[in-house]
Design a protein around this ligand. Structure first.
Ligand code: SF4
Length: 465
């Protein structure tokens, strides 16, 4: 994760970034700040005196991964050079001092409002002064984070002037267009962690896009909790179409990819802009969560099955070759076999390209966490397996439509003679890849045309043209 940079300060620092691309952006701002303050950034935590773990606190599995990572890093105090274990991100913001009490291995804990203050926090003697200083500040965090948000609400969002060091391969970068969320999904703790919805200005995002383009970035992956609501808080109505229109004209950018669309907020205006510019990838990342009206209602999701069917038809109507990604929760409280069958039926009729399924995770301080009829773990896991089985068959069939097509691709990796890339239909890190054949002297970040020869449920095979 941490690019190696030489700095005057002798302190070596490694940053471990967990969770979603929005957290990746925060980690990159931390890296930028540390580099600016001349810290020696190292890739391997075992080589670092200070290790920063930027945690995820969304669901049980990600909380476990964060805690396991913290405990693994703590072992480096004996085997490595570790002097200070610093923890930030969503888990730190959600649990504050509870986390420190549970994990005395942690020296410094900071919340989401301190992303750009990370260097200050570790500047002095990481053990004494900062710990004391931070104990004071974390107390603020601690003031019962589950009390009304205002007490420890996250309000920070970076901007184009924030120092940032990319951790992704140089040809693509995530761009966080807004932070927070005000929607009431009953299974979700994010609004309580990340705070209210707050958009960056169009000019600020455009400036960052220009900065990134100058650095050689060709693909911008726009992320938020809900990208379709972009600008509503700042301009009085959604401005995602206007933002896309501006970004599609930034010189040097090949692809603008949009993530995290809220289904009921996908407007014809934004579909028209996406259809107008080839630079805006024909790619729709629309977390739908479920398809049974009863469960969607219980999740407090806006929209019902009819809206979801209409949305898929609208997307395929405007952009027939579009690739659609989604995520669903199985085993939500009260989910019956009939509800689950309705989800499978929706998968069969909508033929989505890339789908992630999650077993419902009971989260404290969420309305769904105290609902009756919690589904047994065994049933959740059985439905998870069945959903993946059904989706694999669907994707295997629907991806045949790309065979014979000549697509644009970018080389993602070259290993042991195998060249892996992505097409405009595949997002970084979550979707399938294209195995590229016949490319002489392949280089990561190289753009080319590929004729698709084979298609599978996840990956494609193509020859360079
Ligand atoms: S839209 Fe719903 S699921 Fe997504 S972050 Fe907001 S509350 Fe959570």
């Amino acid at each position: 994760m941490t690019p190696k940079t030489a700095g005057k300060s002798s302190k070596t620092v490694a940053v471990i970034s967990l969770g979603c691309p929005k957290n990746t952006v925060d980690s990159e701002v931390m890296l930028g700040k540390l580099a600016k303050d001349n810290y020696m950034l190292v890739k391997d935590p075992a080589d670092a005196e200070v290790v920063i773990v930027n945690t995820c606190g969304f669901i049980e599995a990600s909380k476990k991964e964060s805690i396991d990572t913290i405990l693994d890093v703590a072992k480096l105090r004996k085997s490595g050079h570790l002097k200070s274990l610093v923890v930030g991100g969503c888990l730190a913001h959600r649990y504050g001092d509870d986390l420190k009490r549970e994990l005395p291995e942690i020296d410094i804990l900071f919340g989401l409002n301190d992303v750009e203050n990370v260097a200050e926090q570790i500047k002095g003697n990481p053990l004494a002064s900062i710990a004391k200083e931070n104990a004071a500040s974390t107390h603020d965090y601690k003031r019962a984070p589950m009390l009304p948000d205002s007490l420890n609400e996250a309000t920070y969002v970076y901007d184009a002037s924030s120092p940032r060091l990319l951790s992704t391969p140089g040809h693509f970068a995530y761009v966080k267009i807004s932070e927070g969320c005000d929607l009431p999904c009953t299974f979700c703790i994010i609004p309580k962690i990340r705070g209210h919805y707050r958009s960056r200005s169009i000019e600020d995002i455009e400036q960052e896009a220009k900065n990134l383009s100058k650095q050689g970035v060709k693909e911008l992956c726009l992320v938020a909790q809900d990208s379709t609501w972009y600008g509503s808080d700042r301009y009085g109505r959604p401005q995602i179409a206007q933002l896309l229109d501006r970004l599609a004209q930034v010189e040097g950018i090949e692809w603008v990819r949009l993530h995290y669309l809220y289904p009921s907020r996908v407007t014809d205006e934004m579909l028209d802009v996406m259809a107008k510019y080839p630079r805006i990838t024909p790619y729709f990342d629309v977390p739908l969560q479920h398809a049974s009206n009863r469960i969607l209602k219980s999740m407090q999701r806006i929209g019902d099955r009819a809206l979801l069917d209409k949305l898929i038809a609208r997307i395929k109507g405007k952009i027939p070759h579009a690739s659609i990604r989604s995520t669903f929760i199985v085993g939500f409280p009260g989910e019956t076999d009939a509800d689950f069958q309705e989800l499978l039926d929706f998968l069969k009729t909508s033929e989505l390209d890339y789908v992630g399924f999650f077993a419902y995770s009971k989260e404290e301080n969420t309305p769904a966490g105290v609902m009756a009829d919690q589904v047994p773990e065994k049933v959740k896991q059985a439905r998870l397996a069945e959903a993946y089985r059904v989706q694999e068959t669907i994707a295997e069939k629907s991806h045949q439509r790309w065979v014979g097509e000549t697509l644009t691709a970018v080389v993602e990796s070259v290993e042991d003679g195998e060249v892996q890339g992505r097409t405009q239909y595949q997002a970084p890190e979550v979707d399938g890849l294209v195995l590229i054949e016949g490319l002489k002297n392949p280089k990561v970040g190289q753009w080319l045309k590929v004729e698709i020869t084979h298609a599978h449920q996840q990956d494609l095979v193509g020859k360079a043209v």
